[in-house]
Design a binder for this molecule. Structure first.
Ligand code: ZN
Length: 194
């Protein structure tokens, strides 16, 4: 039946391109949360054969070569610990995450875009300390004005967040889709903190 096929797809029918591996540091925490450290299957397999990672968990999907067949890894851990970055990448997603997906002028969570607090036309830069999440209506209302002219100030003074701060905010917004084998490694440390 078609329904059964959709609900329980044959693992071999799954494209290897849709089998990324979650990459854990040697301490079994994700190498990076934002963005989540994922490798495509080719990079994951290459790292396995270069002996740089251990396979922690795998997909049912098998790939074949003339000499061997292997299940694609779904979780790998680095054999050598890598010091995590203290500051996250300046990305659109991370700005939204810092601002908890709320317009920094009115607080709504819909129709979000970005506002330059000091407009670009007045020399404002596209940096952590000058870009905030803003809904389209507020963005339009503020236009090319300075906060004092528009009488609109961000609720929080925008600053560069630490990875730790984004991580704390990220717990409020779990990703929509995670492979089940990843779940054990994403938030385990949260239960260890007081
Ligand atoms: Zn708004």
């Amino acid at each position: 039946m078609n329904v059964a096929v959709r609900d329980f797809p044959d693992p071999q029918a799954v494209s290897p391109e849709s089998c990324p591996a979650l990459v854990l540091n040697a301490d079994f925490r994700p190498l990076s949360y934002y963005p989540l450290s994922l490798w495509n299957w080719q990079d994951a397999i290459k790292a396995v054969f270069l002996d740089r990672v251990n396979i922690v968990s795998h997909y049912e999907k098998v790939i074949h070569s003339p000499s061997l067949e292997v299940k694609l890894p779904s979780v790998v851990s680095l054999k050598s610990y890598v010091k995590p970055a203290k500051y996250p990448a300046f990305t659109r997603f991370n700005v939204f995450l810092r601002d908890k997906f709320q317009c920094q002028y009115c607080g709504v969570s819909e129709d979000l875009t970005f506002d330059h607090v000091i407009p670009r036309s007045l020399g404002g830069k596209t940096l952590w300390n000058n870009v905030v999440a803003a809904c389209s209506p507020c963005n339009l209302r503020k236009g090319g004005q300075l906060p004092k002219h528009a009488q609109m100030w961000p609720r929080q003074h925008p600053v560069q967040p630490t990875v730790y701060q984004l991580h704390a905010n990220g717990r409020l917004f779990p990703p929509n889709y995670l492979h089940e084998s990843w779940m054990d490694y994403l938030y385990w440390d949260s239960e260890l903190e007081p």
